[in-house]
Design a protein around this ligand. Structure first.
Ligand code: NDP
Length: 313
């Protein structure tokens, strides 16, 4: 099985089809590229910087490039040797910040140990920070201002809102959401987004006590931990919507070269309980991350060039 092939071939009504939602979002983004080209005489451009040759990062960078090209956007790839100095990396970011053809800059993480992630992210022009990791964007999100929002939580929120609307006709206002995980790239921005939707938000982490009891009170569960099937079916409240952000690879079965991908939630158990819906792994949040990167690049391109924000993405 490849990373992109979902385990499920048919979807239960309780499974949120992130692949289909992401394909739809990518199409909507692609549809907005020609009008942008018409107005500006060029396509929105995304620069992706990869330092070193980490195999997983290589796969991500390649799929970002392909997605960009498929959406009609410009993709500028910068592959630097693992031994690149921080000074040289910062110099490249300065060039990309000044380049009018570049609307979004993404530095693929993790960086080699000798490079300081924080210094590198801080050097990116916040207007081009399509990953939404710059402290200015994190701050804007925290105070409820228009920001570049990290792609994984943004995609998760889109799936959540769409699922709620489709299944209940309602929005997320007043619901109790628990986010398990407090990283700067997933847990914290996810909690901020849910707060901005007027959810009552609990953020859980490795020191949280009585996690199963807390999860049991939540209408929305976002699991972003990185621990195989840690959230059990019995923890989930009746009618909960579960967003499984985790990507964990199991050891390979005999004869296979790669193990299966699984999430942070015990999906089969969850489906056997009476939840409203859950994202699968793979095929749930993962495809939304790249779709939201394209969406953020399109939005950054509009904002930087003084155009109104694109509607419907
Ligand atoms: P991090 O390792 O940065 O954060 C993990 C969080 O989980 C931490 O806040 C940690 O708490 C918390 N945690 C760890 N153990 C427990 C526990 N036993 N109980 C409760 N909380 C716990 O991971 P990321 O946020 O970067 O990623 C989380 C998962 O999401 C990973 O599987 C990753 O692969 C996946 N991911 C998926 C993406 C996608 O596109 N689908 C994109 C990004 C990530 P503490 O802070 O106390 O240490």
């Amino acid at each position: 099985m490849t990373d992109t092939a979902p385990e499920q071939t048919t979807y239960s009504p309780h499974i949120i089809d992130g692949k289909a939602f992401a394909a739809n979002l990518r199409q909507r983004v692609a549809d907005m590229v020609p009008p942008f080209v018409g107005a500006l005489g060029r396509a929105p451009g995304l620069a992706v910087v990869l330092v070193g040759d980490d195999p997983a990062s290589n796969v991500y960078v390649r799929s970002k490039h392909k997605a960009c090209v498929a959406a009609g956007m410009e993709s500028f790839e910068h592959r630097l040797p693992a031994a690149t100095s921080e000074q040289d990396l910062l110099a490249l970011i300065e060039i990309l910040n000044a380049d009018e053809q570049v609307d979004g800059i993404l530095v693929q993480l993790p960086l080699p140990d000798h490079l300081d992630d924080k210094a590198v992210i801080a050097a990116i022009d916040p207007a081009k920070d399509v990953d939404g990791f710059h402290i200015i964007n994190a701050g804007k999100l925290a105070v409820g201002e228009s920001a570049m929002v990290p792609c994984t939580p943004l995609g998760s929120l889109m799936l959540l809102k769409d699922t709620y609307r489709a299944k209940t006709g309602g929005d997320l206002s007043g619901l109790h959401a628990i986010v398990v995980g407090r990283s700067n790239i997933v847990g914290k921005p996810m909690a901020q987004l849910l707060l901005n939707e007027n959810c009552t938000v609990t953020i859980a982490h490795s020191r949280t006590r009585n996690l199963p009891d807390l999860v049991k009170t939540a209408d929305i569960v976002v699991a972003a931990v990185g621990r195989t099937e840690m959230v059990k079916g019995a923890w989930l409240k009746s009618g909960a919507v579960v967003i499984d952000v985790g990507i964990n690879r199991l050891p390979p079965e005999p004869g296979a070269d790669k193990g299966r991908l699984v999430g942070d939630v015990a999906t089969k158990e969850a489906l056997a309980s009476d939840i409203l819906a859950i994202t699968p792994v793979p095929g749930g949040v993962g495809p939304m991350t790249i779709a939201c990167l394209l969406r953020n690049t399109l939005v950054a391109a509009h904002r930087r060039t003084g155009l109104a924000d694109p509607v419907g993405v």
